[in-house]
Design a protein around this ligand. Structure first.
Ligand SMILES: [Zn+2]
Length: 66
């Protein structure tokens, strides 16, 4: 039995902001993840991948990963 997930999930990525390295709140909705840094106002659409090491976050738009 499958259910369509319509709930919104919130995560916080430690040091996740590519601009100021603040904790980055990420909201995952049916349309995909979006993140807004409360510290510097940066926003973007992170790509969250689950690995054995935990959540891995990358960003679309050609930003170099630190
Ligand atoms: Zn920031």
């Amino acid at each position: 039995m499958t259910e369509v997930q319509q709930t919104t999930r919130d995560y916080k990525i430690p040091d996740g902001c590519p601009i100021c390295s603040a904790d980055l709140p990420v909201r995952v909705t049916a349309s995909g993840p979006s993140a807004v840094c409360k510290h510097c106002g940066w926003f973007g659409r992170p790509v969250i991948t689950v690995t054995h090491q935990g959540l891995r976050v990358s960003y679309e738009g050609g930003l170099a990963q630190a």
